[in-house]
Design a protein around this ligand. Structure first.
Ligand SMILES: [Zn+2]
Length: 247
């Protein structure tokens, strides 16, 4: 790959950053690879917008990554439980969290930004997902089709790249922890909380706790990452987020 001033231009791109574990780990991985990366975070009317926004600000400030923020209120278009104004998904039914075609919209916005910045790639934190998964818009088949479309409609072409597509969520977490031991507390996985503290109850919070427990079981408590957002973590993230202006 061509490098100028230590930056890999061909691998440079826009990352769709939600502030969670997968895209957070990907951000660290991309920065370690030497690519120039800019981030796009989208407030689409999700309950967790504040917590995500604080996490994204902190992650990007720490890595010197410019953040672009877009707002599109989807509250009128769906009854998805992720959205503000919708009931708590107390039984954690995945169908209630499904916002149809979400990734098509988000990838389209990221491609728009990548084109305007002259960057050749859009990066997403998709992980290994069977075709019968409840969220088919994050599968490898969907990535391939969206990549074909972006190559066709963007000039110059934009590619959609998912470096973690063959990894499980657990493997992504473990790769991310090697790059940032504080990844668990620097990210925001929750979808029900309207503050910058995770609720600890929703399906995503429960899954994060299970994954961290597995890491702890293998590494021992001394090397284990922080499990939850301590008050100190929260204050640190808020401080970092305030320093990170949007582009
Ligand atoms: Zn939660």
């Amino acid at each position: 790959m061509a490098k100028r001033n230590g930056v890999d231009r061909q691998a440079s791109g826009v990352i769709l950053l939600g502030g969670g574990l997968d895209s957070g780990a990907l951000l660290y991985w991309l920065k370690a690879s030497g690519a120039w990366i800019e981030a796009l975070w989208i407030d689409y009317g999700q309950k967790a917008a504040f917590g995500e926004s604080v996490a994204v600000g902190g992650l990007c400030y720490g890595l010197n990554v410019p953040v672009h923020r877009a707002t599109i209120d989807l509250g009128d278009l769906s009854q998805c439980a992720l959205l503000r104004g919708q009931r708590t998904n107390s039984k954690n039914a995945s169908r209630k969290n499904k916002l149809e075609a979400r990734n098509v919209v988000f990838v389209g916005l990221a491609a728009m930004l990548a084109s305007s910045l002259g960057l050749p790639r859009v990066y997403v934190g998709f992980h290994q997902e069977p075709a019968a998964a409840p969220f088919p818009d994050a599968t490898e088949d969907a990535r391939w089709m969206m990549n074909e479309l972006l190559n066709f409609i963007c000039r110059p072409a934009v590619s959609l790249v998912a470096p973690f597509k063959d990894l499980s969520r657990q493997e992504i977490l473990e790769a991310g922890l090697k790059l940032n031991p504080n990844l668990a507390s620097d990210t925001f996985t929750c979808y029900e909380s309207t503050t910058d503290a995770e609720c600890g109850q929703c399906a995503h919070c429960q899954r994060k706790a299970r994954m961290l427990k597995r890491v702890k079981a293998r590494t021992g408590p001394e090397c284990a990452p922080p499990e939850a957002h301590s008050k100190r973590d929260l204050l640190r993230r808020r401080k970092l987020a305030q320093k990170q202006p949007s582009v």
